[in-house]
Ligand binder design. Structure first.
Ligand code: NAG
Ligand code: NAG
Ligand code: NAG
Ligand code: NAG
Ligand code: NAG
Ligand code: NAG
Length: 457
């Protein structure tokens, strides 16, 4: 690798200097390198940008020396700068690669990534957080250090980037994307969309990141070990000026997605169902809007606008954990449905929980600082902290998952808990019937989320 790399560099410096047409080398230099999972964990999408158009997008990669070259012959997409994408397919499982990308007009430096195994019998680790800015990104040095120590198989950034990606004609977004290279060029950086991405119909989010599926990263799912992750946009409930279409498309996708992931063969392989979206259903912060009202729009929908909420849907399909951000704090709930705590038991609330567990993790650090809490800990809330920091998840196996919250302020873990289930079964409304003996399609729902949703035809 090194030798090849140097040869390239020499070639670049000596041969290309003369043939340049106007623009300088720097204009073709790849920047903002980041990774994401493609359709499986064996497919990685590499994304980067150049100031000027180059005629090829190339990645060279291998275990030690360059073994493969992947070229995307489609033109890079012009979005302020030129955005390049190359998908590295059918990578070898449990293998670490080195890679660099660019074209003969300029190559990136060398990075690495490790490909996990595709099946469910291993224990993936992730870092999860939301609300990280370009400035005051207090968690970033700790996350970079963790990533370089190979602690994670992926990172989830649950909405609100840079503050904002589009600011100063996107220059702030460019700086942010360069800043997270320390993480995102080494492990898949999986994202969801937040309110700070709303400008220009979320286009900076949609163009800069490359998530699986066909929705430009607004909703998608991926498998990692025993977990099925489902990402979605909470912003479809708030930005109706962009139309009902994003809400309608997402709702029908979510229903279908959850039904599919509950098919016995799928749920048995991947019993853990984790959702992530930006704005929470529950929170106990003292801000005026989100946390004080019980009829939270994400939770129960908005009847005046004919929008269906998500709590009942997620509950009925046995979602295990719902991860949120938006509040600049950390908060963990007891198993919870419709403001009712449904502990597995009083002594072991998270063993066979009877409802989803909510985690709010939006304290990665940004210019808006922390959000404080109001009043005493509500009955549904188990732990909360204003410290800056991020969440770590280890999905140990099909019956046990471990979460912990790392506080950057205290440089230590301030909360940890296990969720476990004795059987590979969700806590359906009708969970006392044998779940698998029932056809998924025959499960009946209350009228509140019938499919006859007027705005979506
Ligand atoms: C890219 O290709 C076009 C047409 O083939 C050519 O005009 C242009 O000079 C090329 N640009 C670079 C940077 O090589
Ligand atoms: C905004 O983008 C979404 C797709 O992401 C599209 O469905 C919708 O129609 C767009 N809205 C407007 C007003 O362009
Ligand atoms: C939620 O609880 C309220 C009472 O607190 C009740 O009126 C409502 O029907 C419940 N909703 C569901 C979907 O169970
Ligand atoms: C749930 O479990 C926790 C921990 O044992 C306990 O403090 C809390 O009171 C329980 N809540 C209910 C409603 O049982
Ligand atoms: C799953 O992990 C838990 C916690 O480490 C362990 O106690 C349990 O035996 C494991 N189950 C299996 C089937 O390996
Ligand atoms: C199952 O739950 C329903 C509703 O809570 C209840 O009416 C029914 O008796 C339960 N069935 C069994 C077998 O426990």
């Amino acid at each position: 690798m090194n030798l090849l790399f140097e040869i390239h560099l020499l070639f670049l410096l000596s041969a290309k200097k003369v043939s340049f047409v106007g623009a300088s080398l720097y204009e073709y230099q790849p920047e903002q390198m980041h990774l994401s999972f493609g359709e499986t964990v064996r497919d990685l999408v590499v994304t980067w940008t150049t100031n000027q158009r180059t005629n090829a997008s190339i990645c060279k990669y291998g275990r030690n020396a360059v073994e493969s070259t992947k070229v995307n012959t489609e033109s890079p997409r012009l979005f302020i700068k030129y955005i390049h994408r190359v998908t590295l397919k059918n990578l070898k499982e449990n293998t670490c690669y080195k890679y660099y990308c660019g074209s003969d007009l300029g190559w990136s430096r060398k990075y690495w990534f490790c490909v996990p195994q595709k099946n469910e019998n291993w224990s993936p680790s992730l870092a999860i957080y939301g609300d990280m800015g370009l400035t005051y990104a207090y968690s970033l040095p700790y996350l970079s250090d963790d990533v370089q120590n190979r602690m994670y198989n992926a990172v989830i950034h649950n909405g609100d980037f840079a503050y904002n990606l589009e600011s100063e004609d996107g220059e702030r977004g460019d700086l942010f994307m360069k800043q997270i290279e320390n993480i995102a060029a080494y492990v898949p950086y999986m994202v969801s969309v937040g309110n700070h991405e709303a400008a220009y119909n979320f286009s900076h989010y949609r163009k800069r990141f490359a998530m699986p599926g066909e929705s430009e990263g607004l909703y998608y799912s991926f498998n990692l070990g025993p977990v099925h992750f489902v990402a979605f946009s909470t912003e479809v409930y708030f930005y109706l000026q962009f139309g009902y279409e994003p809400y309608c498309n997402q709702y029908s996708w979510l229903e279908n997605e959850l039904r599919e992931s509950n098919r016995p063969e799928n749920r048995e392989n991947r019993p853990w169902l984790i959702t992530y979206g930006h704005r929470p259903m529950y929170c106990s912060n003292d801000n005026i809007n989100e946390c004080s009202i019980k009829e939270n729009v994400i939770r129960t929908g908005d009847p005046n606008k004919d929008l269906l909420g998500l709590e009942e849907l997620f509950y009925n399909y046995g979602v295990d954990v719902e991860i949120w951000s938006h509040e600049h704090s950390y908060e963990r709930s007891w198993p919870l449905y419709n403001y009712t705590v449904l502990n597995g038991s009083l002594t072991e609330p998270y063993r066979n929980p009877r409802a989803p567990v909510h985690i709010i993790t939006g304290a990665a650090g940004n210019i808006e600082s922390q959000d404080s809490f109001s009043g005493d800990l509500p009955e549904w809330s188990a732990f909360r902290s204003q410290d800056f920091g991020y969440t770590r998840l280890k999905a140990v196996n099909k019956s046990h998952m471990y979460f912990e919250q790392f506080s950057v302020d205290k440089e230590t873990v301030i909360d940890k808990f296990w969720i476990s289930k004795d059987r590979v079964e969700p806590y359906f409304k009708n969970a006392n019937q044998s779940y698998y003996s029932q056809s998924i399609d025959s499960i009946s729902y209350s009228n509140s989320f019938s499919k006859q949703n007027l705005v979506c035809t």
